[in-house]
Design a protein around this ligand. Sequence first.
Ligand code: UGA
Length: 436
Amino acid sequence: MKICVVGLGYLGATHAVAMATLGHEVLGIDLDTNKVDYLNAGKVPFHEPGLQESLREALSTESVAFQTSFEMTEPASVIFICVGTPQTVSGKSADTSFVFSAGESLAKVITPETVVIGKSTVPVGTAAALRDRISEVAGFPIHLAWNPEFLREGTALEDSLEPDRIVIGSWDDYSSQKLKEVYKPILDRGTPLVEVDVPTAELVKVAANAFLATKVSFINAMAEIAEVSGADAVELAKAIGYDERIGNKFLRNGIGFGGGCLPKDIRGFVARAEELGAGEAVSFLKDVDAINQRRRARVLSLAAEELGELKNKKVLMLGLSFKPDSDDMRDSPPLDIALRLARAGAQVTVHDPVALSALGDKHPELIMEQDLSAAAKDQELVILGTEWSEYKSIDPASFGDLVANKLIIDGRNVLDVASWQAAGWRLIALGRNVHN
Ligand code: UGA
């Protein structure tokens, strides 16, 4: 099928490559010339394992191309809208202006047979307004469906090609049939298909992210209780996670969730619910957000408890991305903590296997160091902020020879406590009673 993908950020670039991998003929559109040039040259403008190889493969068979204009030689059968919906500058709601401007641009190139499919994460009710707006500009009633995406950074392509489920929200059979054609190879493998109305499809995405954020904050709340009661939140998570109704995933306590999705989606959800007069229903998400923020503050207070005055103290942050296998630092807990430590007067060195180049010269108050051994030299406190595998395999004995003070806060609960302690480190693990 001829498929067009509008918006080539994380979601759109991955979706375009995934669609080409499924055998479709894909045209990706983005207004950003740099991004388009990059992708056409076979380069992915962000760190995502495996994506560049699949992009090059698709380019070599001419099954994908990228451009900045909406002009098409032949009309696409389906057009996916994958543009971003960031948090508004003035408030907490999601900014849908990119979705509407993409819709208005594509209204000029579609035919009555084209199906427009929303993939962006939007406040419930956006799809209906978008359908009306595109129909008004196009001059005929358009087909529009909603098809939320659940890909995670770090495993984006795999999640797109082997999703847990496909959700299709549509007002008419023609649109859902077209979407089923798009996903035929995936559906033929027996992947669950959930067909719903459009508002449900819009809600599914924010509900899923809200649930995941709640799960992380739940275990972080337990970590707070563990810290004042002498209990161990890691063992507690293990014990409750064996109950299949609870499950052991997304129960890792630490410095909390970040990224371009979970934090802004729960805030946007609350804002939209309030607009609809149902704010109370999801007001608990404000607590979810607050618990998440408190974990960052906890690391700052631990640093102050351990080091006394933070001014001029040498601190090393291991990891800056919001999760491993990504260079995304949007709302990243380790970056936020590093900046706050620097504001408190500490000399903060930051290390990350991939994210430093994306940081560029944005934060001159942080000392960037690419080499792990050089980064460790003379540090008085080390904080593990992102659980890159490189950090999990550090040898605590030789690493201990480099620092000035063998003190580490494990912000992700991934280090082997016994071996670090045996090598003479004082290890503070969030939510645990293992401190020596
Ligand atoms: C999230 C969702 O997991 C995807 O399903 C969704 O498609 C995506 O948002 C989106 O809306 O586009 P992502 O932001 O890539 O994906 O990251 P997650 O894997 O969900 O992790 C989010 C944060 O939670 C990370 O900072 C991670 O370190 C933290 N986390 C995760 C924990 O602190 N503890 C855990 O047990 C799990």
